[in-house]
Design a protein around this ligand. Sequence first.
Ligand code: SF4
Length: 259
Amino acid sequence: MSRQHLLLRELGLAPRWRLRHGVAPEPVLTPVLAPVAANLVPAAAPVVPAVAAPVVVPAVAAVPAPAVVEAAATALPEWAALQQQVASCTACGLCQTRTQAVFGKGNPRARIMLVGEAPGAEEDKQGLPFVGKAGQLLDNMLAAIGLSQDDVFIANVLKCRPPGNRNPAVDEMAACADYLRWQIAHVQPEVLVTLGRFAAHALLQSDAAIGALRRETHQYQGIPLFVTFHPAYLLRSPGEKAKAWQDLLAIRRALAKKA
Ligand code: SF4
């Protein structure tokens, strides 16, 4: 049974549902390395803590209009220089508590770029974003629409772990904003996807609820931007997986239109 089929089954979406919604036949996927079902079991302890109250999230620093971005691209740090800059950054207090900065992973020329919130404990240890159970679920979600990690670039709004996985602070997000802006300018994705409310709020300069934001396609400097749930949230709230699947289908349609 393919990973996609298992995910659909996990989401409670029978094959007949796919037919009714005009979903294309399953893509040929690489052999399953581990039982998908195991990846979809809700984690005993959430990777990202629940948020008790709304937090005002600062917008990512204003980005020039598309034409200006293009003209200014030569002034961007080279990719390797940018990685080094992040690795040695001391622009906010998180540099004192991190094990290492987490730059991102995937294809720097990917068609789709995913943006999460901040590294957790395991990401801080490994130096990679989205590892552990939330990362496995994200991999399965991407596989369900025929994408592998090589097809995407994944980064976080914050490059260093907030101690105890607390929410990012306003000054930390402001200090780190340029790195994400430069990453987007380098990758030049055809589609942006934010995972969770912090990333959505940062890129859209909005404090609206995820439930409202995910129902429409946004634009970030001319790039279509989709809002969906953070995989860690889906592990805690499996009832929302069907909505996440709808978001994935919208993302796949957007990519297909641009192919
Ligand atoms: S979170 Fe961002 S701004 Fe703060 S130290 Fe890490 S890389 Fe620098």
